[in-house]
Write a protein that binds this ligand. Structure first.
Ligand SMILES: [Zn+2]
Ligand SMILES: [Zn+2]
Length: 84
């Protein structure tokens, strides 16, 4: 055991993750959903846009980061559930 096991953000299981990845092999279906993070220049809102057509708009600032991350993880969970 390395002592610093990393967890798949989709299912929460300990996973052998690539240093740049947050999605384990357990939830590989979500890897097709590479969400791009953008900022709406007009109002500072955080946008998360997935190539499948899903998108999310969160508040500006730190709270928006948390909201956005939660929304993205929820999207990935929905994808994995559909595929299992
Ligand atoms: Zn997983
Ligand atoms: Zn998607």
């Amino acid at each position: 055991m390395s002592g610093n096991d990393r967890h798949c953000v989709v299912c929460g299981r300990v996973a052998d993750l690539d240093p740049r990845s947050v999605i384990g092999d357990c939830c590989a279906a979500a890897r097709d959903h590479v969400v791009s993070m953008q900022i709406d220049q007009r109002n500072g809102q955080k946008l998360a846009i997935c190539p499948c057509g899903w998108s999310h708009r969160a508040a500006p600032g730190r709270d928006g980061n948390i909201q956005r991350d939660e929304a993205v993880e929820a999207h990935w969970r929905a994808i994995v559930m559909e595929c299992s």
